[in-house]
Design a protein around this ligand. Structure first.
Ligand code: AMP
Ligand code: ZN
Length: 470
């Protein structure tokens, strides 16, 4: 039984979708004014693992990730670069798709762009205005927080507490400090859309309310995002959607902990970030994913090179077994020895971990235990039956590859052979150099290959190599 910690109820709850086997999930995506950083990547990757595990459980998931393509930050960047906001957004959307593909994030079912749902946002604001919940002050439309009883239920605070702690915009036009903009009147030089309140553009929160409603319905199963979005973004989404539709909005709220650097949240505004693509120059996508999967999604996690290096080693262990299994399956061992191996209990261990609020850290520990156990069995038995290898392959494929995305069965086959032959040639030259005690040359070959994403491994049987993504 899958249990999910629900930020709304502040407890772990049994996951009961509204309309099984369908699961509708919405994840707040990026504001596209820059390359995304490895902190954003944590939220994207963990939401991907959640989605993949739901699919593992047999659910049919509609996964929506929005792209915020109209925003102050995009406009600012456009002005700095002498481009239009649309050009800036287009550029970074393309780069976003490049990066998530490199991180092996499964494409969402929909990637709605705010600018393509303008009429839905306007309709929702009109509805709120008709109900007396939104008010227009000279072309700026605000949400009147005092009209929504449940305000604060997600962040678990009452409006007085929220007011004290909030980083809410001070604006003299607002009736109440917690009121927030639904529609912003156009300023000189800004992109704008026509609306019943004049030229302007939507506030950030209404984008997600309108797009989730349009694509997933008024009520849906899971809404996710980084921890920073609980207040005010998600609190405001609930206020807007539930007041407009008079139905409960998302049933389960999932929030991903921050990736910190030196104990401080990694963020664009603090400037203490590494872009995902910078990190991918040093580490494989699998290592980045393992690094994130090894920590529970809700807690904070500190970025460090040591941990990423350790994750790279961990991936190597899992991938070595994967490659070994592929090699064994290529050999014909139909008549090999049959052995007892309790695969069922390994699936159970993996599911127990993931069923407990997506405890991927525990699931990773299961993967390593499994790897150790299988390696032991292989070392102790010569010529095992193909069934055994097929079962190991199925397990690794369904768990480590399809859910966690930390290994790849296709890796070996996809390597071009001339490239491999050239690497082998360099390995041979390095072995010669070592024999002649020319360590300067042998180290140079090893280091230069590493820079190219080829990792050499010296064992008693010689040197093998492994390609990691650059
Ligand atoms: P943004 O582009 O800043 O709107 O963020 C996109 C997604 O990344 C949102 O779901 C954020 O909550 C999440 N996010 C931003 N910074 C971090 C961080 N340091 N760690 C984890 N998630 C983050
Ligand atoms: Zn959102």
């Amino acid at each position: 039984m899958l249990k999910i910690y629900n930020t709304l109820t502040k407890q772990k709850e049994e996951f009961i979708p509204l309309n099984p086997p369908l699961v509708k999930m919405y994840m707040c995506g990026p504001t596209v004014y820059d390359y995304f950083h490895i902190g954003n990547a944590r939220s994207f990757i963990m939401s991907d693992i959640v989605r993949r595990y739901l699919e593992y459980k047999g659910y049919v998931v509609t996964f929506v990730m929005n792209l915020t393509d109209v925003d102050d930050k995009i406009i600012k960047k456009a002005n700095q670069e002498g481009k239009s906001a649309q050009e800036v957004a287009e550029f970074y959307i393309k780069e976003f798709f490049n990066d998530i593909e490199k991180l092996k994030i499964k494409p969402a079912t929909f990637y709605p762009r705010a600018t393509e749902f303008m009429s839905d946002m306007i309709e929702m604001i009109k509805k709120l205005e008709e109900k007396g919940i939104a008010y227009n002050v000279d072309g700026n439309v605000f949400y009147d927080v005092s009209k929504f009883n449940g305000y604060g239920k997600l962040s678990g605070k009452n409006t007085d507490e929220l007011e004290i702690g909030a980083r809410v915009e001070v604006n003299e036009e607002k009736k109440h400090p917690l009121d927030f903009a639904l529609w912003k009147k156009a300023k000189e030089g800004e992109p704008y859309w026509e609306s019943p309140w004049g030229k302007g553009r939507p506030g950030w929160h209404i984008e997600c309310s309108a797009m989730s409603c349009k694509l997933l319905g008024e009520s849906f199963d899971i809404h996710a995002g980084g921890h920073d979005l609980i207040f005010p973004h998600h609190e405001n989404e609930i206020a807007q959607s539930e007041a407009a539709n008079e139905k409960p909005f998302a049933k389960y709220w999932l929030h991903f902990g921050f990736l910190n650097i030196n104990e401080e949240k990694m963020s664009k505004s603090l400037g203490n970030f590494f872009t995902a693509r910078e990190v991918l120059k040093k580490y494989s996508a699998e290592a980045v994913r393992l690094f994130f999967a090894q920590a529970h999604y809700r807690g904070p996690l500190n970025f460090s090179d040591e941990l990423l290096q350790a994750a790279e080693k961990g991936v190597e262990k899992l991938q070595n077994l994967t490659d070994k299994i592929e090699d064994e399956l290529r050999k014909n061992s139909d008549n090999g020895k049959q052995i007892e191996f309790d695969f069922k209990s390994w699936y159970e261990k993996f599911e127990q971990a993931m069923d407990d609020d997506f405890n991927s850290a525990q699931a990773v520990a299961v993967m390593f235990d499994f790897t150790r156990e299988v390696n032991r069995v292989i070392a102790e038995n010569e010529n095992l039956n193909k069934d055994f290898y097929n079962n190991v392959k199925s397990f690794l494929k369904k768990t480590a590859e399809d859910v966690l995305g930390v290994i790849s069965f296709q890796k070996k086959e996809s390597l071009p052979s001339l490239e491999d032959d050239l690497i082998e040639l360099l390995i041979n030259i390095r072995t010669e150099a070592k024999k002649e005690k020319n360590y300067a040359l042998s180290d140079k070959i090893r280091d230069e290959l590493k820079n190219l994403g080829v990792i050499l491994q010296d064992t008693k049987d010689g040197t093998s190599f492994k390609k990691v993504r650059r």
